[in-house]
Design a protein around this ligand. Structure first.
Ligand SMILES: [Zn+2]
Length: 251
């Protein structure tokens, strides 16, 4: 692996860059045991997603949404950052990477040591919940205990608003502040590293496209071909953890 020319090229590009943006998708977290919800066999191919408007309109949709969240809870709590996450954290903590833009909702970048202020979550975060009206934060465990007792979807203690995981559902507006920051970071970078994303979900996949059109070299590291491979200066169809770990030089 050390003599792999693709990894050597990736290492050279990282060394030369001064301001990297790392963009991550489900592929980096599948190596931590978190399934790709949209991928083959993923939850969204077996169950119809609950649209945001349904969540707002229906008690039963809210209960079903929470039942699904609790069904994934053991997996989410057990998951730990892997070598790919650690390599990304190294790039941030060395001052090489200015931001991590992620489609993932698992919080594993923060868990691997990337400061929360450097993580831009395009699809939110499922490791906690918040009130849709006043934004009060709630922990999943407390909601689970109450749900098991009452069978009712949670409402906010402060204002009575609906409490929902801090994720962006289908049909829900993209988070405006995160979108603006992601855009700024994308246009300011001199290397855009797209890792573990099939680059088909928009608007998220628009960022690597913007970076490439703005003149930043684009590297795509993903097990499968992606829709943007023709735009990339370097394409590596490999396992993520070992490839990134070798290129960055950490275990
Ligand atoms: Zn509230």
């Amino acid at each position: 692996m050390a003599h792999d020319p693709g990894i050597g090229e990736l290492r050279r590009m990282i060394d030369e860059a001064r301001r990297i943006v790392v963009f991550t998708g489900a592929g980096i977290s599948t190596e931590s045991g978190i399934p790709d919800f949209r991928g083959p066999g993923g939850i969204w191919t077996q169950m119809r997603p609950i649209d945001f408007s349904e969540f707002l309109a229906s008690d039963e949709a809210r209960r079903e949404s929470w039942r699904r969240r609790f069904a994934t809870d053991a997996t989410m709590r057990k998951a730990e950052p892997n070598r790919g996450h650690r390599a990304v954290a190294t790039l941030v903590n060395r001052g090489k990477a200015s931001a991590v833009i992620t489609q993932n909702i698992d919080g594993l970048h923060q868990a691997s040591g990337v400061p929360a202020s450097r993580v831009i979550e395009l699809h939110g975060n499922t490791t906690y919940a918040h009130c849709l009206d006043c934004a009060e934060r709630y922990e999943i465990e407390g909601i689970r205990v109450a749900f098991e007792r009452t069978g009712e979807a949670p409402c906010c203690d402060n204002c009575g608003g609906f409490v929902k995981t801090a994720t962006i559902s289908f049909g829900q507006a993209m988070p405006a502040a995160a979108m603006i920051r992601a855009e700024e970071e994308t246009l300011a970078c001199d290397l855009f590293l797209a890792v573990g994303s099939s680059l088909v979900v928009y608007p998220a996949a628009g960022f690597p496209k913007r970076a490439a059109r703005n003149g930043a070299p684009l590297v795509i590291l993903n097990r499968e071909p992606t829709g943007l491979d023709p735009l990339a200066g370097l394409v590596l169809h490999r396992e993520i953890g070992v490839t990134l770990g070798e290129a960055v030089g950490n275990n």
